[in-house]
Design a protein around this ligand. Structure first.
Ligand code: PMP
Length: 444
């Protein structure tokens, strides 16, 4: 497979070699690095993308999960084009930011006010600071394997071994302010809460760690909600990925568990950059700059970002959320995901290959190989810390991805995000590509 891959994508290989002289490692995001070299993409439309050699792929990266409506949706293209000619930044307040905030508040259950940021990383950083200001406490609880962006407070405990930060350059004092605990383990969580009287917040991915690789147990989420409420600890759901996907109102609607704060990005900005902290009014008031703007005189959190609610993102976000508010895109993407998971599992069974596909909402995981941990869609009892092998990448992940690309499908590593632009024909074609890839891998 790798030989074929190297022979097929000659232009991408050349570009990648040249790119190494420009960008560290030749990539702009860790996840875009890929052996033997990544592909270079020219354009996207609907559920498809084309590389610079004009090879067409069914896309399951979907801009890191942002494109719930598919690429270049006409309503979003039109809204963004209309705004470009009226200025890309107005240096002032806009009606569009109000429309955008109103839609978010209508759709996300905990949202009593909205604070816009430029990314999901900014949103989690800001939410944690708001929680510390609100409670007057300094520590946070974070779960092993949960990803919340790349800032200092959340760069620890992401991949095993969990006591090592995922980055160099994180001050020891910051690491010590973060208490790590295993997910889906109520006893360990209660012990972590009781280990200190200086805990400001608990942050988590409500779908489960790393885009739901180890799915969350609803009973555990309910336990976390109960115990944080009892102690006045701020509960933050990081719905950067799950927002508008699990349900229009995200995981909090899907599980009917309402956090104090929520961080959003990706889908909410219609494919442009943008994020937000939303939540309870009493906490959100912390962002109010008061009338004279002198933040030294108030217990408030300033956030003077040049691109907060920038008009292009607001235009795209409003266009996207108006369509998402109907409920149809979220539902359609979920239906297509169920078909895909079923189809992949059928192939694995038919070809007698150990492994499985699983997922919730419109996010799926696929892995194959003898060492595959026995995770099934709702079987939480079999998920323990040892299963974190998934996060590091299951066996045969690289061949699977290369083989799928050669068969016209771009998986996000071994996972993917499905959009409302994926049709049942597209899903059938994906399942056939998966079958061909599996047969090829069996024959090598
Ligand atoms: N939280 C979660 C759950 C994420 O998956 C991500 C990004 N994949 C982030 C936060 C960070 O968002 P951004 O890339 O917009 O900074």
């Amino acid at each position: 497979i790798t030989e074929d891959y190297t022979r097929t994508y000659i232009q991408s290989q050349h570009l990648h070699e040249a790119s190494k002289a420009l960008l560290p490692g030749g990539v702009t995001h860790m996840a875009r690095a890929f052996d033997p070299f990544p592909l270079y993409i020219d354009r996207c439309q609907g559920a498809h993308k084309w590389d610079i050699d004009d090879n067409c792929y069914i896309d399951y990266w979907m801009r890191h999960g942002a494109m719930l409506l598919g690429h270049a949706h006409p309503a979003i293209v039109e809204a963004v084009q209309a705004q470009v000619s009226r200025g890309t930044h107005v240096g002032g307040n806009t009606r569009a930011e109000m429309d955008w905030a109103r839609l978010i508040m209508d759709l996300v259950p905990c949202a009593e006010a909205v604070k816009f940021t430029s990314s999901g990383t900014e949103a989690t950083l800001l939410a944690l600071r708001a929680a510390r200001t609100y409670t007057g406490k300094s520590q946070i609880i974070k779960f092993e394997g949960h990803f919340h962006g790349w800032h200092d407070y959340v760069a620890c405990g992401v991949t095993p071994p969990y006591d090592t930060p995922m980055s160099a350059g994180i001050p020891e004092a910051v690491q010590q302010s973060v208490i790590l605990t295993p997910f889906n383990n109520a006893e360990a969580f209660t012990a972590a809460l009781e280990s200190s009287d200086d805990i400001a917040a608990v942050i988590l991915e409500p779908g489960g760690s790393f885009d739901d690789t180890v799915p969350s147990d609803p009973a555990f989420l309910a336990h976390v909600r109960r115990e944080t409420a009892r102690r006045g600890v701020v509960l933050i759901f990081d719905e950067v990925v799950t927002g508008f996907r699990y349900a229009v109102g995200g995981c909090q609607e899907y599980f009917d568990i309402i956090p104090d704060l929520t961080t959003l990005a990706k889908v909410m900005a219609g494919g442009l950059n943008g994020g937000a902290v939303v939540g309870r009014q009493s906490i959100m008031d912390i962002f109010d700059p008061k009338q004279d703007g002198d933040w030294r005189r108030y217990q408030m959190v300033p956030h003077p970002g040049t691109f907060n609610a920038n008009p292009l993102s607001a235009a795209a976000g409003v266009a996207a959320l108006q369509l998402i508010a109907t409920g149809e895109p979220t539902k359609r993407a979920q239906e297509m995901t169920s078909l895909l998971i079923e189809g992949i599992n059928d192939v694995l069974k038919r070809r007698s290959v150990p492994g499985c596909a699983y997922g919730r909402a419109s996010i799926f995981k696929t892995f194959i190989g003898a060492e595959a941990p026995p995770i099934t869609r709702y079987d939480f009892s079999q998920v323990d810390r040892d299963t974190q092998i998934l996060i590091q990448g299951p066996p045969h992940a690289s061949e699977l991805r290369q083989g799928m690309l050669l068969n016209g499908v771009d998986l996000m590593r071994v996972a993917g995000f499905v959009s409302a632009a994926h049709t049942s024909d597209i899903i059938d074609t994906t399942i056939q590509a998966f079958d061909q890839t599996i047969v090829r891998m069996q024959n090598e």
